[in-house]
Design a protein around this ligand. Structure first.
Ligand code: HEM
Length: 452
């Protein structure tokens, strides 16, 4: 395949051109990158170094590998990288005006207000609100062979979303309709056909967005009036010290985005943990012993720091399979990354998924080894951005503590009530064409524990 440069650097700048094997214009290496991200990333790194370019989903895309490049882009000191024009290309029609799609001053303004919905006090009440749903949901899991972990966890996190995020009592059919709309809106982002053809992903995404807007607008007046312990009420009430609040449209846009940001990511984290805990039963027992030792039917906020092994496994799961596989940014003025010239207009991608597997930073990177995060090893300390599943800089995940809370609360319940296993040689078939997930839903043998 032919090698070419993205753009010649300005004369006398001392910058290097970005090289790559872009492939056929617009199509390029899209299919290979989506199907075999680890192999493609490694090959590019070995051939061209950390900064390289190619066509991806119709865009001239620069991929920057490794934590140093990630830091330059995410910390964004000279405000050269924008979120809105990058993310909008993928998910704009379905998640427009979500906070992740806002930039600079406007983003900061919204973030300050949104922060009020994620204070410790708020988190405590979300955790209390989640507890009964988690307990009932996990207890209801029917033991047997071929129990699909991913599908069940996804259903549970979606159901929790209606409780904890929306705080509205919904009939089963209505909850399913809203959950279905979310699934369609998320899927639409990675559609190959990127305009509305009835029956295809993009069109379904547009319809789903309409349904979600109507749903939230319909419930908004009552939320404003009655308040509550849920995220919807918190966004309605959020106010900065200097009196800034969200408009009705802001609340609708942020709710739609937050639900999306929250449920798939925690589902993937829990499924990855379940996969490795099935493959490494000694770790499953270690986590179960820890949960049993707490002696509580449901976790409380204070217990979150009392599960050190669950913490290690969660971190290792987020390393091995970053739920948000790549962070795109649009370059809004000529800039440079690690001495490479990056012209305005370029799409830059920080590939979280593959960065976490670089042997330069992670010894034996494919090995499941939660102890690498233990205090005496802390392999993640090699660089501030070596482990960054929650991103970094101004857009760093606002829900990261919420995520830890939800993942640990659900895992605690699963460990207390069930044991699960996979056949010795089972390897999950990963689908990386959208947010990563097991193509087979991760079928396990699920047994109910006697004391349960
Ligand atoms: C393990 C679970 C999660 C992971 C791995 C994750 C990952 C991320 C990442 C990588 C970003 C940065 C995107 C970027 O820089 O372009 C982000 C942003 C965000 N996340 Fe999460 N997330 C998780 C859970 C959650 C939860 C539970 C919530 C809400 C309760 C949430 C809400 C958000 C929001 C609102 C943003 C946008 C922040 C901004 O732009 O200022 N996330 N998340």
């Amino acid at each position: 395949m032919a090698t070419s440069i993205l753009a010649p650097p300005p004369e006398g700048s001392g910058l290097k051109p970005v090289r790559g094997q872009p492939g056929i214009p617009f199509i390029g290496n899209t299919l290979q990158v989506m199907r075999q991200p680890f192999k493609v990333a490694r090959k590019r790194y070995e051939q061209f170094g950390p900064v390289t370019w190619g066509w991806l989903l119709g865009q001239r895309t620069v991929t920057v590998q490794g934590p140093e490049a990630a830091e330059t882009v995410l910390v964004n000191r000279d405000k050269a990288f924008a979120n809105g024009p990058a993310w909008s290309y993928f998910i704009g029609p379905f998640f427009h005006r979500g906070i992740m799609l806002l930039d600079f001053e406007e983003h900061l303004h919204h973030r300050r207000i949104m922060q009020q919905a994620f204070t410790q006090q708020r988190l405590r009440s979300y955790m209390d609100a989640m507890a009964p749903g988690i307990k009932d949901g996990v207890r209801a899991w029917e033991p047997g062979h071929g129990f699909k972990v991913y599908d069940h966890v996804k259903q549970l996190t979606l159901d929790l979303a209606t409780d904890v995020f929306m705080g509205v009592e919904l009939e089963r059919s209505e909850a399913d309709r809203i959950n279905g709309a979310f699934i369609d809106a998320v899927r639409a982002g990675t559609a190959y056909v990127r305009f509305p053809v009835p029956g295809l992903r993009w069109h379904k995404g547009v319809q789903a967005r309409k349904a979600l807007e109507e749903f939230f607008r319909g419930h908004l007046p009552a939320k404003r009036r009655d308040g509550g312990d849920d995220l919807f009420a918190a966004l309605c009430q959020a106010e900065t010290d200097d009196g800034h609040r969200f408009t009705d449209e802001d609340v609708v846009n942020h709710m739609i985005f937050a639900l999306m940001a929250a449920h798939d990511t925690t589902t993937i984290t829990l499924t990855t943990m379940a996969y490795y805990l099935a493959k490494y039963p000694e770790w499953q027992e270690r986590l179960r012993d820890e949960s049993l030792a707490l002696g509580k039917p449901a976790l409380e906020f204070e217990d979150l720091d009392r599960l050190p092994s669950a913490d290690l496994v969660m971190k290792e799961a987020l390393r091995l399979l970053a739920p948000v596989p790549a962070l795109p940014r649009r370059v809004v003025k000529d800039t440079s990354i690690l001495g490479y010239h990056i012209p305005a207009g370029t799409l830059v991608v920080v590939p979280q998924l593959t960065n976490h597997h670089m042997p330069e930073y992670w010894p034996d990177p494919e090995r499941f080894d939660p102890e690498r995060f233990a205090p005496e090893r802390r392999e993640d300390k090699v660089h501030k951005y070596a482990w960054s599943p929650f991103g970094g800089g101004a857009h760093k995940c606002i829900g990261l503590h919420f995520a830890g809370m939800q993942v640990k609360s659900i895992m605690h319940q699963i460990l207390l009530h069930h044991r699960w296993s996979v056949p010795g040689r089972y390897e999950w078939p990963l689908d990386t064409t959208s947010l990563p997930s097991p193509r087979d839903g991760l079928p396990v043998r699920l047994d109910r524990l006697e004391h349960s």
